[in-house]
Ligand binder design. Structure first.
Ligand code: PEP
Ligand code: MG
Length: 905
């Protein structure tokens, strides 16, 4: 660890720079960089992320002692550049204290503004600025924020609003005023007193008056916020390691609340929801940053174009818009021009869409932050493709700019046009994060989580959201807020999650106590259905039907780019013609796994299947299988046709037979009646099929090896369907896969059955179809003896579900009983059934590929376990030289992108 713990910046100089984000956090690194490229930034310093780890190792006292000298010197540095003094009464310096991790975690950690005020300094500030209202407004905000963040003030009940907000409401109600900025100086002064009393009463703590004490309290609180519940949850969702830690940036305050030539805002160089190249954002005159994000006042648009758009959505007339909510472009044209220049400069500098915060203090513009903006999946793809076409980035960068898992959002359903046109529009808000959502109304985050866990789809309705609501937002289908604009917490976080969100629906009135929301005279209660269109901002009554998404031109451009670079092919796991078609439309180059067990469950089929299971002789079984043959043939006909020209890898029957017989008395009675046998007979057979450990029992090729007639029937069905298609002019490419072998002889016996059956069929039909026989590698012994197996099998497909099960010795069906504890205790980092264990299971795969190709050099290897659609596992498959991965249809684009990224990495 380096000895230097604090890095200063200011006046066009900085000790850090953009590529030091690991040490200085994204915010700290970019504050330094902005100084270096001539963007106006208030002076300050950043305490490194290493110190955050030290803080949790060594504790507060020791770390404060370690930091003391450097922090004090850095405060002097700010004082010098600002020509003011921290804690000075005549000429006070105030600072802000902000968090900033390596990866951006919007709103998850804490910020404190106006630090350095106390009862004396506030008087000095009032004198210095000649603006008593500003001084006391800043002071009451500081006490409020410090109380929340450092002293731990919280609402007592979840139905309650923030305790400080409650006091503000009381003060405003007394005089019948509505807006915060209508409060008199005397009222602001009274707020400070009331806030401090409330803090003392609820926490037992006095508000600290000494500025340096305040600063240490704030620095430690920011470090502590790294470990708050919502930050931990966010890291888990985004896969951010806790060792990264947060940096703390302390900066001189600049004030957006010094009067009508001051303002504050948030802006984006492109549209974070759609990806369009339109500068946009929101600002408020005479306000501080949190007012914009918290959604307490209605923010105004930065550009005129945005303002007109907003007014249209909100149904605000042009004369009212122009008078009450003018854009910054109209209200402060000179500042706007500077802002516009700098945003363009920053985007060009970082070659990516920027999300920026700024403040205007008495006509002077300051930048407080810039970062690569969070965006929806749609915007991610559009921005990457646009920047590529604009020549800002190259193809490989464009590929790497897209996060595979986020493509999922593009494939989410949208509202069915007809259903939408017939739905009752209750109101309109802002289209904060696109998508379609329907669900039952809940008002609280913990209810959203609970209802979701109970299988309900919910829409969370809030006055506004706060970082505490993260888990609920994640569990909900969509989020609707009464307050807040396009840059509100709800909007930013929802876009990051790819979750549908309508914000700032001013016409809705939420009552947490009665758990109701009133919209245009309609009262809806908890549990009622509502639908949201995050792309238009419309809110509909009831459930509106959805349909699958249509993919855009940018998406197909991205997929073309994937095709250009990828080495690894992507197939799909599909066992119906419909799934096969969907996967083809996403670019799957064949079926990597067609499971056949699901095909036996429909009416007539299950009857014949049960007949086969009950049969006591081979002949009896053959008779029942004869009945199944035409159904199976029909199944394969449809699938091979949907995948015409591409390989279809059909796996022979895999599951234990007991899965096909009923285990409850009612079902057994019905089956007895249907089959014309006694219930007792059925029960006997069910008992004889029962196994202590079915996962390791009579399944996979063990079935085909005990009942070869099943294999023969399936072979006839697969190749019979292919022959029929060939006769009709199609181009089928069947592959037959033997599951769950551990001994090469298991494969041999099955292969003989398949080849014999095929030869007979071809002779009968007078048509030959080329086909291949391969096997799954899903038992460790198969991986260990892969060289022997490859002499016989023409291809391998790694069944990593079973291979993981048998390598770890964790039952696939029972892992839920201990996985949460293992994750909690960090014994396991991730669920190995979702993310391939490269160290253990991966070693078996790598070895099996090598051994297999040592005896069959052109051995085709694929993977068809769940891991085939998980980006990090796909990248591993590329590295060990697999030919393809196979995954469910909706993961095909994800796997294609991950495969292309692996190729360019
Ligand atoms: C596997 O084991 O990985 C596999 C694909 O087969 P199943 O999940 O059907 O056992
Ligand atoms: Mg398996």
């Amino acid at each position: 660890m380096s000895e230097k713990r604090v890095y200063t910046f200011g006046n066009g100089k900085a000790e850090g720079k953009a590529d030091m984000r690991n040490l200085l956090g994204g915010k700290g690194a970019n504050l330094a960089e902005m100084n270096l490229i001539g963007v106006p930034v208030p002076p300050g310093f950043t305490i490194t992320t290493d110190v955050c780890n030290e803080y949790f190792e060594k504790g507060k006292t020791e770390v404060v002692a370690l930091l003391k000298k450097e922090v004090e010197a850095s405060v002097r540095h700010i004082e010098k550049l600002m020509n003011a003094k921290f804690g000075d009464i005549a000429n006070p310096l105030l600072v802000s204290v902000r968090s900033g991790a390596r990866a951006s975690m919007p709103g998850m950690m804490d910020t404190i503004l106006n630090l350095g005020l106390n009862d004396e300094v506030v008087e000095g500030l009032a004198k210095k600025t000649g603006n008593e209202r500003f001084a006391y407004d800043s002071y009451r905000r500081f006490v409020q924020m410090y109380g929340d963040v450092v002293l731990g003030m919280k609402p007592v009940n979840k139905e309650d609003i923030d305790p400080f907000e409650a006091i503000i409401q009381q003060v405003k109600a007394k005089r019948g005023i509505k807006q915060d900025n209508e409060m008199s100086v005397e009222e602001l002064k009274s707020l400070v007193v009331l806030f401090k009393e409330a803090i003392k009463k609820q926490t037992g703590k006095d508000f600290p008056t000494e500025p340096m004490t305040q600063l240490w309290g704030a620095i430690c609180a920011v470090f502590d916020s790294w470990m708050n519940e919502r930050a931990i949850l966010y890291r888990k969702m985004e896969g951010i390691p806790s060792e990264w830690g947060t940096a703390v940036s302390v900066m001189a305050m600049v004030f957006g609340n010094m009067g009508n030539t001051s303002a504050t805002g948030v802006c984006f160089s492109r549209d974070a929801a759609t990806g369009e190249d339109r500068f946009n954002g929101e600002y408020l005159v005479n306000a501080q940053g949190e007012d914009v994000v918290a959604g307490i006042r209605t923010p105004q648009q930065i550009t005129k174009e945005g303002s007109l758009r907003w007014a249209k959505l909100q149904g605000v007339d042009e004369d009212i818009r122009a008078a009450k909510y003018p854009s910054m472009e109209e209200a402060m044209p000179e500042i706007y021009a500077q802002l516009n220049d700098i945003q363009a400069k920053l985007e060009k500098h970082y070659h990516d869409m920027q999300d920026m915060e700024f403040t205007v203090q008495e006509g002077k513009l300051w930048f407080l932050q810039t970062r690569n903006g969070k965006r929806t999946g749609t915007a991610m793809v559009k921005i990457a493709m646009d920047l590529l076409h604009e020549g800002e980035i190259d193809e490989k960068t464009a590929l790497n700019r897209c996060e595979p898992n986020k493509l999922d959002e593009l494939l989410h359903p949208v509202f069915d046009k007809l259903a939408q046109s017939q739905a009752k529009v209750l109101t309109r808000g802002l289209p904060a994060s696109p998508g379609a959502a329907c669900g039952q109304i809940v008002f609280f985050a913990d209810d959203a989580t609970k209802w979701h866990a109970d299988g309900h789809e919910v829409v969370m309705v809030r006055i506004e959201t706060s970082p505490e609501d993260l888990a609920g937002m994640s569990a909900a289908e969509g989020i609707l807020t009464a307050r807040g604009g396009m840059t509100s917490h709800a909007a930013v976080v929802a876009r990051g999650m790819g979750k549908c969100c309508v914000s700032g629906a001013g016409a809705i009135s939420v009552d947490y106590k009665s758990r109701t929301v009133e919209i245009d005279g309609v009262v809806l209660r908890e549990g009622d259905y509502i639908s949201l269109n995050g792309s238009t901002g419309e809110v509909y009554l009831g459930e509106v039907q959805t349909k699958p998404a249509e993919v855009s031109g940018d998406f197909s451009d991205l997929m073309k780019l994937c095709e250009k670079y990828t080495k690894l092919q992507v197939r799909t796991n599909a066992d119906t013609p419909h799934d096969a078609k969907v996967a083809r439309s996403f670019g799957a180059l064949g079926i990597g796994l067609c499971r056949t067990e699901h095909m036996f469950f429909e009416n007539e089929k299950i009857k014949a299947m049960r007949e086969m299971i009950l049969a006591e002789t081979t002949d009896g079984r053959k008779k029942a299988l004869e009945k199944l043959l035409p159904y199976q043939k029909q199944d394969f006909y449809g699938i091979l046709k949907a995948m015409d020209g591409y390989p279809v890898n059909v796996r022979l029957l895999d599951p234990p037979l007991h899965e096909f017989v009923p285990h409850d008395l009612e079902g057994q009675e019905a089956m007895a009646k249907e089959m014309g046998v006694s219930v007792h007979h059925i029960q006997q057979r069910v008992n004889s099929l029962s196994e202590h450990n079915p996962m390791l029992g009579h399944r996979g090729c063990r079935l085909g090896n005990t009942y070869p007639e099943i294999t023969a029937m399936q072979t006839k069905a697969i190749l019979g369907a292919a022959i029929q298609l060939k006769k009709e002019g199609y181009d089928p490419h069947p592959e037959i896969m033997v599951p769950l072998i551990g001994i090469v002889k298991e494969f041999d016996v099955q292969e003989t059955v398949i080849r014999q059956t095929a030869a007979e069929l071809f002779a009968e039909e007078g048509v030959e179809i080329p086909y291949r026989i391969g096997t799954m590698i899903e038992i460790p012994r198969a991986a260990l003896t892969a060289d022997m197996i490859a002499k016989k099998a023409e291809y391998f497909s790694f069944g990593t579900n079973d291979l993981t099960q048998m390598t770890y010795g964790y039952s696939r069906d029972d892992i839920a009983s201990f996985l949460p504890a293992y994750l909690e205790k960090k014994i396991l980092k991730v669920d190995p059934f979702q993310v391939l264990d490269q160290q253990g299971v991966g070693q078996l795969i790598e070895m099996a590929v090598k051994k297999g190709r040592s005896t069959r050099s052109d051995l085709v290897c694929g993977i068809c376990g769940e891991h085939g659609g998980e980006p990090s596992s796909v990248k591993f498959c590329h590295r060990v030289g697999l030919n393809y991965v196979s995954c469910s249809p909706f993961r095909v684009p994800i796997a294609r992108l991950a495969a292309a990224q692996a190729a360019v990495e």
